[in-house]
Design a protein around this ligand. Structure first.
Ligand SMILES: C[C@](O)(C(=O)O)[C@H](CC(=O)O)C(=O)O
Ligand SMILES: [Mg+2]
Length: 302
């Protein structure tokens, strides 16, 4: 109950071990704190916290409008619900080097295992849309240096994301990847790779763990775990998948209520009351309560 049993330090250590395991690990995106429990229960390796989801959930487009406070608060609420390590999307780091340092410390305080910081100009765009622009190599590497210097837990993962592929091509992406790793990035997120061969080319260029973003309706095909594993990808994220699925289900049930005058036809698709209670670990709170109040009011069931 109440919830994670592992400390943020232990989760960060676990993330490092996952990335060193030689396996390709899967991090689905939690769209709220409780969905992180579901991800853990289903046996995934970790939880991703998407900037797009946090923005869209607030009704905002993913163009750098959310603040550090909003992101750190929500990411902390999600991270605390799970014993899995959580990786959060820190967009462009919420400013330039000094801000980067503060961002990393706030995310450490919030219990995250790591974050990724991208090399887009401010205001940023979704990585799978046209019209993105990136900062020069010096600005990009200073962001990563500042982030790496600011962390207090050496296991807090600083992942550099580069969006340069869409603007300047694959060779530029390889070069940028190397510069970001030289600046201190522990891992790399090459955004909007089009093919498996492109992932392989990034794999060739750097010797840190690399991430594949399997977001729907984007630039990359939805490669399987096996395919990504075969080109040396270490971590796969499904950033917006659960939000898209949940909102898709919500839209359908609203249509059903409108059409039928009742939600009855949609009930079989819903999480039952019992399952929802199981997910929030209701029985554990009951046990705790009966342990403290070890008497029963006549006539009330425990
Ligand atoms: C990974 C990402 O940065 C995110 O915020 O989840 C997005 C995902 C998306 O918009 O589909 C991105 O790829 O830019
Ligand atoms: Mg994002």
């Amino acid at each position: 109950m109440l919830y994670a049993t592992r400390t943020p330090q232990a989760k960060r250590r676990a993330l490092r071990e996952l990335l060193a395991s030689g396996r390709t690990v899967q991090f689905p995106g939690a769209f709220n704190p409780l969905s992180a429990r579901l991800i853990e229960e289903k046996g995934f390796d970790g939880v991703y916290i998407s900037g797009a989801v946090l923005a869209n959930d607030l009704g905002l487009p993913d163009i750098g409008l959310t603040t550090l406070t909003e992101v750190a608060t929500r990411a902390g609420q999600i991270a605390r619900m799970t014993d899995l390590p959580a990786l959060v999307d820190a967009d462009t780091g919420f400013g330039e080097p000094m801000n980067m340092a503060r961002t990393v410390q706030e995310l450490e305080n919030a219990g995250l295992a790591g974050c990724h910081i991208e090399d887009q100009v401010n205001p940023k765009r979704c990585g799978h849309l046209d019209g993105k622009a990136v900062v020069d190599a010096e600005t990009a590497t200073r962001r990563i240096q500042a982030a790496a210097q600011a962390r207090r837990d050496p296991d807090f993962l600083i992942m550099a994301r580069t969006d340069i592929r869409a603007a300047e091509g694959l060779e530029a992406a390889q070069e940028r990847a190397q510069a970001l790793v030289a600046a201190g990035a522990d891992a790399l997120f090459p955004e909007a790779m089009k093919t498996l061969e492109e992932f392989a080319a990034i794999r060739e260029a750097v010797d840190v763990p690399i991430l594949a973003n399997m977001t729907e309706f984007g630039q990359s095909e939805l490669f399987t775990l096996e395919e990504l594993s075969s080109v040396g990808v270490n971590m796969v994220i499904y950033p917006v998948t659960l939000l898209r699925s949940a909102l898709g289900a919500a839209e359908r049930v609203l249509d059903t209520i409108k059409a039928d005058g009742t939600q009855q036809a949609a009930v079989p698709d819903m999480l039952t009351r019992a399952r929802l209670y199981e997910l929030v670990d209701y029985p554990a709170y009951n046990r705790f309560d009966t342990g403290v109040f070890n008497f029963q009011v006549p006539g009330t069931p425990r």
